[in-house]
Ligand binder design. Structure first.
Ligand SMILES: Cc1cc2nc3c(=O)[nH]c(=O)nc-3n(C[C@H](O)[C@H](O)[C@H](O)COP(=O)(O)OP(=O)(O)OC[C@H]3O[C@@H](n4cnc5c(N)ncnc54)[C@H](O)[C@@H]3O)c2cc1C
Length: 382
């Protein structure tokens, strides 16, 4: 028997597994309880893009830390495809934000990010139309990973450190007991000294089991494989037509997947009220298909012979203010911590969210990035 604190993590998506890994590194005993299988939630339905090309200083700091960690995890078998990330800009204001981002990334990284003019964009992506573009923010080290492979590497890393990952084990009720929690699950009772809630789009429902309020809106988003008539003679980097915090861009994004295939997605969603994670349409709908076709024709006119392959929908677990939610659900229960609400960025932010959630459990504060106190759940955040 070990006297180490036993922490239960609810959810084996990227956030839960990265948190479990960090807790084990700090000597805690960890059990991950997963209702279905690892990566069966939002994580497995994502397109796996990872990078630092943001324009908000705090968001850049989170991403630089995450990418550093992912680079280290390559030694555990993580396949990180460094195809580069290009964020398109249309205005002088966008370019000013890009220049600031490059400066900050050089201080925090280095990430080798740089600003491209339209000629350089065309050189990098010969099939792109640069109509309306003023330039781009480009990060050569960014790229993508297969979210299933990522989760399976994390499961292996957790198990290698003595952690337990129990799949097909749904938490159905929770009660307080002396110094901790007793969880009822579909496979019996589990006692814990602390609990981390990482249930993705099920976050609000899971918090309710503990009598807590946590607002996470499951927002439906869609992606599709683009079949090219022939493999490209270059690797298409991730191209994102959207500048966060501005109205610049259409939301279209696409990247290389396999030879002869791209994956495209739109950052925009028609899901204004949120979807039921247990019952939503998991297929690409015609409206989004038509919108993607139109946007792709406009941005990649020379690839007009391409066709659609498999399409699907998944859920962004979104917080009301668009930032992740990491920290205790209330001040009187420091060992009941949320790692949730990562929206459209829960793959790329998972390493730092895992560190911060583990910080809250082990130190009662977000040590890795003190400014991340702003990610703590609070009534003001909704
Ligand atoms: C189409 C699409 C594209 C995306 N592209 C990207 C991208 O390129 N880059 C990026 O960074 N992010 C992307 N995302 C967002 C990313 O997928 C999510 O932010 C991330 O997966 C959230 O991870 P999570 O661990 O919070 O949730 P999940 O992966 O949903 O994991 C939560 C887990 O908790 C389990 N669970 C829930 N309730 C219980 C319970 N009561 N008991 C036990 N287990 C429970 C669920 O079964 C689930 O497996 C995309 C999302 C979509 C839909």
């Amino acid at each position: 028997m070990t006297s180490a604190q036993h922490i239960v993590v609810i959810g084996a998506g990227t956030l839960g597994l990265a948190t479990a890994f960090n807790l084990l590194e700090r000597g805690r005993r960890v059990t991950v309880l997963e209702a279905d299988s690892a990566a069966s939630g939002s994580s497995g339905r994502s397109i796996g893009v990872v990078g630092t090309q943001h324009v908000d200083p705090f968001e850049i700091a989170l991403r630089v830390r995450s990418v550093k960690q992912m680079m280290e995890w390559k030694q555990h078998g993580l396949q990180f495809h460094h195809i580069g990330y290009t964020r398109l800009g249309r205005t002088a204001g966008d370019l000013a934000l890009f220049e600031k981002s490059v400066k900050l990334q050089a201080e925090l990284g280095p990430t080798n990010a740089r600003v491209l003019d339209p000629v350089a964009i065309k050189k990098l992506v010969p099939h792109i139309s640069t109509d309306g573009l003023a330039g781009a923010l480009f990060g050569p080290q960014d790229g993508f990973l297969d979210p299933h492979q990522y989760c399976s590497v994390l499961v292996d890393m957790v198990r290698a450190r003595g952690g337990v990952v129990k799949q097909q084990c749904r938490v159905t009720a929770a009660e307080r007991r002396q110094g901790g929690y007793r969880l009822r699950t579909s496979a019996g009772y589990v006692d814990a000294d602390g609990v981390v809630l990482a249930p993705g789009p099920w976050a609000s429902a899971t918090a309710k089991l503990f009598g807590k309020t946590l607002t996470v809106i499951p927002e439906r988003h869609q992606a599709v494989v683009i079949k090219l008539p022939a493999p490209l003679p270059y690797t298409m980097p991730m191209v994102m037509d959207y500048v966060p915090g501005t109205s610049s861009g259409t939301g279209l994004n696409f990247r290389h997947d396999r030879p002869g295939e791209l994956i495209a997605e739109t950052h925009r969603s028609y899901d204004t009220t949120g979807s039921d994670p247990d019952n939503y349409d998991q297929l690409l709908d015609d409206r989004t298909k038509d919108e993607l076709a139109e946007l792709l024709l406009e941005r990649l006119p020379e690839l007009s012979e391409a066709g659609f392959g498999r399409g699907w929908a998944g859920l962004y677990p979104k917080s009301p203010d668009g930032r992740p939610i990491v920290g205790p659900l209330s001040d009187d229960e420091p060992m009941l911590v949320a790692a949730a609400g990562a929206g459209g960025y829960g793959i790329q932010l998972s390493p730092i969210i895992g560190q911060l959630a583990a910080d809250w459990i082990t130190s009662g504060e977000p040590k890795a990035i003190p400014e991340a106190i702003r990610l703590k759940p609070s009534p003001a955040r909704g």
